[in-house]
Design a protein around this ligand. Sequence first.
Ligand code: NDP
Length: 280
Amino acid sequence: MVELPTVTLPSGETVPQLGQGTWRMGESARVRKEEVAALRLGLDLGMTLIDTAEMYADGTAEEIVAEAIEGRRDEVFLVSKVLPEHSSRAGTIKACERSLKRLNTDRIDLYLLHWRGHPALAETLDAFLALQDAGLIRYFGVSNFDVDDMEELFALEGGEGCATNQVLYNLKRRGIEAGLLPWCRERSVSIMAYSPIEQGRLLRDPALTSIAARHHATQAQIALAWVLRHKDVMVIPKAKSEAHVRQNRAALDIKLTGEEHAELDRAFPPPASPIPLEML
Ligand code: NDP
């Protein structure tokens, strides 16, 4: 198996740049086998970063991940998330224990707060640090945190230990380029881009269609190659079809030219000034 390019976490550990999402997996028993097989194929192709959450299909997505990684836990960098409504100190610890059970593992590699909720951030952070001490999670991070949320986190003792911020980023949602992305880079917080093909809504775009034809590729692959151009950003497309998994892996081999980047900038202009973080 050819090794994928990697992103380095603040600890120095490396993680494959391209991984696999799982939102909407586990919602129908009819496609369960297909979903497990897609994740396994992704692992075979080196996409060993898997993102899930207690929210997805009310925990069933985590069970699907458990099935997919059975017997190969050590190959995988496993990410899961606690819901904001569970993010009090005690709630976070209980939610993590439930996720571990569903994932059928003794540790989560990276545990994220899914988005800001009502419990004080200090409580969630305290729980993350306790879970880390207990070895139940290896790293902690956040998701859907804009610059002001990150500043609040970093003002707390231990907050600068945040490894990752998982945010919406694709051609249509470039807001982070004007604020959050440089902020995180300066502090070595890695960015993980979710919905990199805008849940399929980017696929009919004429600019992508034209560039895809030149590369004998698909629109989805061009959209992924565009996000993957940032060598320090992890990207987690979700795919349940085998063909999509193979295409997504192959997107790593597509190099866009300077002129193609300019074409994409004309079709999807970069932000001129910071705009509030969007989320799906
Ligand atoms: P994506 O942008 O990854 O799009 C997923 C959709 O695109 C699916 O319908 C999939 O189809 C389709 N698709 C995948 N690959 C291809 C391809 N090569 N060609 C054509 N279509 C393709 O959206 P998601 O919202 O799922 O984002 C990815 C992951 O990010 C999530 O699964 C989740 O893990 C995470 N996420 C996190 C959020 C957060 O708040 N932290 C919010 C949203 C997502 P099919 O499945 O049929 O193959």
